[in-house]
Design a binder for this molecule. Structure first.
Ligand code: MV4
Length: 447
């Protein structure tokens, strides 16, 4: 096992990794930017290293500075968390070149699954369900027009290197498709340096369901079931829950096994999330694979009892997965609300500045993953998530009631947060009935 690891991240996920490492007897070195000098999580690290000014491009995204810190502190491994460099295959490669273990997949596996066209090619072989569409990249416009006629409009053109909603265009007819292909190619070329685009049938009403998978360095992969992350706004998730509500157990099993098969085929070591859209008839269509631990990993931890962050560290150290698929079972229901310092009444404008009051809720089945405290100055440089409130209860209605109560208890001032919005969603008939589709929150905010 590693003796010392470096955490190339900040905020709640840095603290989450420190906690896991300390329980495992591993020392932590946390890098930080000048804007995070007073970050409360740094007090929990064994060592800290300042790597530059506040803007992420000058600190948390600087591979050279992070590697220098890792060399000076003499760490065995680097945990990237999520965001920043977590899905950067070049960073994983530099770590390997420097003989520092990257806690995550190999650059090759990250590259294969991170590129949506090569990921879909592998998914086809693993029998992971896919949208009808182009077979790989669009080469000839005429061919794409023929494919669209066959599968029917609307269709969506996506960039192979894109993700999280960037580089997508919907077309409702042939003329629009021709324009979309050219525009998407250009956009992808300038944004990602890779102009490859592909075509899919566009699904208008859907839920976003994702499967958590863990793979090891010995050819094993298991899934940890599913999460529903349909409550989003502009591709930013607001609420996640596990398991995804009202899914036929046979369908759940089949799609989850196919996700684990895909990850196994990619020779993938670490935590992966296979994202799907699900239609009203519970048909699944794979979207993409995230090659990192995710913000919403706690809901899966609560229903399976598996510590996902510890698992990523053990996997990177070369340990085989300690479970067979049949050992992993769902217990109860978990919901996570992202607590962002944003004003939902002012178009979610960020609310940086001093937190004067901060009193988190507690009690049975209530977990708060947060790096803040009263008196903390929220810096303007990073995303506005100041914590995650996660609850676990025997059933979904009990989890909703527990979340409702915990949100009421949560006291933050003077900064506006997403807490009142979450309370409204927990009270809504739509959420209670579990029929939230991916555009429902935007609709709710308009109405
Ligand atoms: C789609 C889609 C409908 N049909 N693909 C958005 C993010 C990226 N991961 C893929 N996305 C979508 N792909 C087909 N064929 C609708 C979306 C989409 C979406 C997906 C998940 C969660 C929220 C979303 C919001 C808008 C669009």
């Amino acid at each position: 096992m590693f003796s010392r690891i470096l955490i190339a991240n900040r905020g709640e996920i840095a603290l989450r990794i420190i906690r896991a490492a300390r329980e495992m007897g591993i020392e932590t070195v946390c890098v930080y930017s000048q804007a995070d000098r007073e970050g409360p999580w740094l007090e929990q690290a064994d060592q800290t290293v300042c790597i530059g000014p506040g803007p992420a491009t000058e600190s948390y995204l600087r591979i050279d500075r992070i590697i220098s810190a890792a060399e000076i502190a003499n760490v065995d491994a680097i945990h990237p968390g999520y965001g920043f460099l977590a899905e950067n295959a070049h960073f994983a490669e530099v770590c390997r070149d420097c003989h520092i273990e990257f806690i995550g997949p190999s650059p090759e596996a990250m590259g294969t699954l991170g590129d949506k066209i090569s990921c879909k090619r592998m998914a086809r072989a693993a029998k992971t369900p896919l949208f009808p569409g182009s077979d790989g990249a669009i080469e000839e416009e005429e061919e794409a027009v023929e494919t669209a006629a066959k599968i029917g409009y609307p269709v969506i053109v996506k960039a192979s290197a894109g993700g999280g909603g960037r580089g997508m265009r919907i077309a409702h007819n042939e003329g629009a498709l021709r324009t979309s292909i050219a525009a998407a190619r250009q956009e992808a070329e300038s944004a990602f340096g890779n102009g490859a685009v592909y075509l899919e049938k566009f699904l208008e009403r859907a839920r976003h369901v994702e499967i958590q998978v863990l793979g090891d360095k010995h050819g094993n992969a298991v899934h940890l079931f599913d999460r529903d992350c349909s409550s989003q706004r502009r591709h930013q998730k607001l609420i996640e829950e596990a398991p995804a509500p009202a899914i036929d157990p046979k369908k759940r099993d089949a799609v989850a096994r196919s996700a684990a098969d895909l990850v196994r085929r990619a020779d993938y070591a670490g935590a992966a999330t296979v994202e799907f859209l699900m239609d009203q008839d519970q048909n699944f269509y794979m979207l993409e694979v995230n090659t990192r631990v995710q913000v919403e990993h706690p809901v899966t931890e609560l229903i399976t009892g598996i510590d996902i962050v510890k698992a990523t560290i053990r996997i990177a150290a070369g340990e085989p997965l300690p479970w067979k698929q049949r050992d992993i079972k769902i217990s109860g229901h978990a919901i996570e609300c992202r607590i962002n310092a944003e004003d939902p009444d002012r178009n979610f404008a960020p609310q940086p500045g001093r937190l004067e009051r901060y009193t988190p809720p507690g009690g049975l089945g209530v977990r708060v993953d947060s790096h803040v405290r009263a008196g903390y100055m929220i810096p303007p440089h990073y995303d506005s998530m100041i914590g995650k409130l996660i609850v676990h209860a025997p059933t979904r209605p009990e989890a909703i009631a527990r979340m409702r109560s915990a949100l009421t208890e949560f006291d933050i001032a003077p900064n506006r947060t997403t807490i009142p919005l979450h309370r409204r969603i927990m009270d809504s008939a739509e959420f209670k009935a579990a029929n939230v589709e991916i555009h429902a929150i935007e609709q709710m905010l308009k109405g």
